[in-house]
Design a protein around this ligand. Structure first.
Ligand SMILES: [Zn+2]
Length: 306
């Protein structure tokens, strides 16, 4: 009897192909971050299956690729990266995966930063001892929700290139997403009006795009330079500055060390606000729109309790 059932299942599989729900017919997309995964899902909808290499709540600028990442790339039809030197480690992975179409310039390669105007571009190259992050300008551009228009345009172009049959569906998915985003943006801007020009200090400088959109004022950072941890004298300077400007809010990302942030907050009586910079880094940040919903709510809440 058992043999018969096995034979029947095999026959069924041969005739009807893979069992439903296996998603084998979907376009496999590998993104470097969870934010790009979420935006890829918004454009690709039911036709794509996207995975992020960097898990939520990890510092993507410090990510160490894993052997299984190469395997994931071997199964991928499309890759989507942040670019702007944010995910430089991805180049080594692409090299190791030996997938011609996924390489820079290949039809399955998407640099999501294409057409984004980077902020904080410096005239001099980054050398040793000058910090090791933010070499080509500040790379945290997805934190201006308006930049999702460019990001999703780049993703749309990539998906339409490898899957032209569904190009129309991708286009209408993107339009529907941008309509939702636009309504949300109005809501977020209204909620954050009360924080305009409020001076804020943060651990890492992830914030210029977010700050420009919502007119917040990040006056300094606990890191000496992006990727370079603080020293006691730097912290002393920050505390002085916070007292002089009456800074009441210190921003920390969930993966960042608590100690220095707690120290300057305690010395100045400021509140610590934990904000997510990536989808999935905090409860309630399950997708790109929810990320901003959660951060905006946290900021409004912190401003109210000052
Ligand atoms: Zn950074």
């Amino acid at each position: 009897m058992r043999k018969f059932v096995v034979a029947l299942c095999l026959a069924f599989g041969l005739i009807f192909g893979p069992m439903p729900g296996w998603a084998q017919d979907r376009i496999r997309v590998v993104t470097t971050t969870t934010d790009l995964r979420s935006l890829t899902e918004a454009v690709g909808g039911e036709f794509v299956e996207a995975v992020s290499l960097v898990p939520a709540n990890f510092d993507a600028e410090e990510y160490q690729p894993k052997p299984q990442d190469v395997l994931r790339l071997k199964e991928a039809r499309l890759v989507v990266r942040v670019g702007l030197d944010y995910d430089l480690w991805f180049d080594r992975l692409l090299e190791a995966a030996r997938q011609r179409d996924l390489r820079r310039g290949g039809e399955g390669y998407v640099d999501a930063s294409f057409a984004i105007a980077p902020l904080e571009v410096r005239g001099v190259a980054v050398g040793p001892g000058d910090g090791h992050a933010h070499g080509s300008g500040n790379p945290h551009y997805w934190l201006d929700p308006k930049n999702a228009e460019f990001i999703t345009a780049n993703i749309l172009e990539g998906l339409a290139r490898i899957d032209p049959l569904h190009a129309k569906a991708y286009e209408s998915n993107r339009s529907a997403f941008l309509a939702r985003l636009s309504a949300k943006l109005t809501e977020w801007e209204a909620k954050l009006t009360q924080l305009r020009t409020t001076p804020v200090v943060a651990y890492h400088n992830s914030w210029p795009y977010f700050a420009r959109r919502f007119r917040l004022d990040f006056i300094d950072f606990l890191e000496i330079k992006p990727g370079v941890p603080s020293t006691p004298s730097h912290l002393a300077g920050i505390i002085e500055k916070m007292q002089a400007r009456n800074v009441r809010l210190v921003v920390r990302e969930p993966h960042e060390p608590e100690r220095d942030v707690a120290f300057v907050a305690a010395k100045t009586g400021a509140s610590v606000v934990v904000l997510a910079t990536s989808v999935g880094a905090l409860p309630g940040t399950g997708d790109y729109l929810a990320l901003f919903d959660t951060d905006v709510a946290a900021l409004v809440n912190a401003a109210g309790s000052r």
